[in-house]
Design a protein around this ligand. Structure first.
Ligand code: HEC
Length: 135
């Protein structure tokens, strides 16, 4: 019995944690992240830096023109279209920054890039993504 109680004591908070973090990844944006302002003004230099990173790190899934791509494995979510002006996880610069840095759970096929891109480079990528959006 003590073991069961112990297991519950461990499992319950864990389950809650998972539920909370899954909820945060729900579509519809992220009000906290939306408040974060883009400190890197868009410029030809910033867009070019973002494009270089995108072509190296992101194109494989999201395609050269940002048109997105099929799921890497059956049953996975497809790589989002980044040029259609529709954003499942929020459309502000702050939300795009958050999505790129933290990835999209629960499976994180869209990985978190925060350990591989500096904050400035992440903003450069955001500025580049804006140029993909169809007018
Ligand atoms: C291994 C494939 C893969 C790579 C590489 C990848 N992504 Fe993604 N990305 C995805 C998938 C899959 C989704 C959709 C996640 C979902 O809907 O659950 C996604 C979603 C996104 C979204 C959210 C779109 C929306 O509608 O809100 C953004 C923004 C994004 N990716 C940007 C990037 C950037 C920038 C890079 C490169 C630094 C990148 N991705 C690299 C697979 C990838």
């Amino acid at each position: 019995m003590r073991r069961v109680v112990h297991m519950l004591a461990v499992a319950l908070p864990l389950a809650c944690l998972v539920a909370v973090s899954a909820a945060q990844e729900k579509t519809g944006g992220n009000p906290e992240a939306a408040k974060v302002k883009n400190p890197v003004a868009t410029s030809p230099e910033s867009v070019a830096a973002g494009e270089t990173i995108y072509m190296r790190r992101c194109r494989g899934c999201h395609a050269k023109d940002g048109g997105g791509g099929p799921p890497k494995e059956a049953g996975e979510r497809p790589a989002s279209n980044l040029s259609d002006g529709t954003w499942d996880f929020g459309s502000t610069d702050g939300e795009l920054f958050h999505t790129i840095r933290n990835g999209v759970g629960p499976k994180f096929i869209m990985e978190a890039w925060d350990d591989r891109l500096s904050e400035t480079d992440t903003w450069n990528v955001v500025n580049f993504l804006r140029t993909l959006e169809k007018k």
